[in-house]
Design a protein around this ligand. Structure first.
Ligand code: ADP
Length: 259
């Protein structure tokens, strides 16, 4: 149940302070509860739309009795891409949930350079299809944390850089180091993000352009996963962007994991 009642505070003694503390705690619990409800509502909404499309397509196929083979083939392809979208959303949701509860997360020392090179190799395939080149300039940097999570975070950001870039452009990816930790830069020359959207891009399911991203199959969860992972590592993320010119993500990962 939701604890709506506040405890009335009278005076300024020990009990009053206890009441205040209780009220604050209560507000926090209510906020978490509201956010959870919203999250479940949003997730259901996101899952509903591909399901509705699949439903319409299958019903049309049934009523057409598969007379027109070409049309049936087109419908099957659409069904296939909607299923891919569903799979993508569910996988990202699972990943987010796992991150929230990862108390026993494996922490190890590893070379960030190896992870970056792995990201470049993996995203390279997608980049090639758009004639985009990823220029990586790194150095050996030992950091402490969860290797798989750091891979996932950097993969998401570099994949976005490619996804939201124009054909025949370049993505620059480099690592520096200073007293704060490893500083990872990912810079593209793509569509950019409007200033008013910048504070929201880390929210779950948030997409700048709903129509455009439907086609690219984005779930709007990629950056919230990145945010969770970097937060867990006590790091930070900064984004600079100009519409039509490009975007730069700067991610700071401390050398030591504090837990
Ligand atoms: P998605 O799966 O839709 O890409 P993300 O959470 O990864 O979801 O990103 C949220 C939104 O932020 C995207 O829909 C896109 O509008 C915007 N975005 C993220 N990265 C970039 C980028 N490099 N250039 C332009 N827009 C971006």
């Amino acid at each position: 149940g939701n604890l709506k009642q506040r405890v009335e505070v009278i005076g300024n003694d020990e009990i009053a302070r206890l009441c205040n503390a209780f009220n604050e705690m209560n507000e926090k619990i209510n906020k978490i509860d509201r956010e959870r409800r919203q999250f479940v509502a949003d997730a259901s909404h996101e899952l509903k739309s591909p399901l509705a499309s699949i439903n319409v397509l299958v019903e049309s196929l049934i009523s057409s009795e598969l007379e027109n083979k070409e049309m049936a083939m087109e419908f099957l392809k659409d069904i296939n891409s909607e299923i891919n979208r569903l799979t993508n959303i569910v996988n990202n949701l699972l990943e987010l949930t796992k991150l929230e509860g990862s108390f026993g997360m494996k922490v190890e020392k590893f070379d960030l350079n190896d992870v970056c090179l792995q990201v470049v190799r993996r995203v390279g395939y997608i980049a090639k299809t758009k004639n985009i080149e990823i220029f990586y300039d790194g150095q050996s940097v030992e950091i402490e944390g969860n290797r798989d999570n750091i891979f996932r975070a950097l993969y998401n950001v570099v994949e976005n850089a490619v996804k939201y870039s124009y054909e025949f452009s370049r993505v620059d990816f480099w690592v520096e180091r200073d007293y704060r930790g490893a500083i990872v830069h990912i810079k593209d020359h793509g569509v950019g993000i409007p200033e008013e959207d910048l504070p929201k891009i880390f929210e779950r399911f948030y997409r700048v352009d709903k129509t455009r991203d439907r086609k690219t199959g984005g779930s709007g969860l990629g950056l919230s996963i990145v945010n969770e992972i970097i937060k867990k590592h006590n790091g930070s993320i900064e984004v600079k962007s100009r519409v039509g010119e490009g975007t730069e993500f700067i991610i700071i990962i401390p050398y030591e994991y504090k837990g």
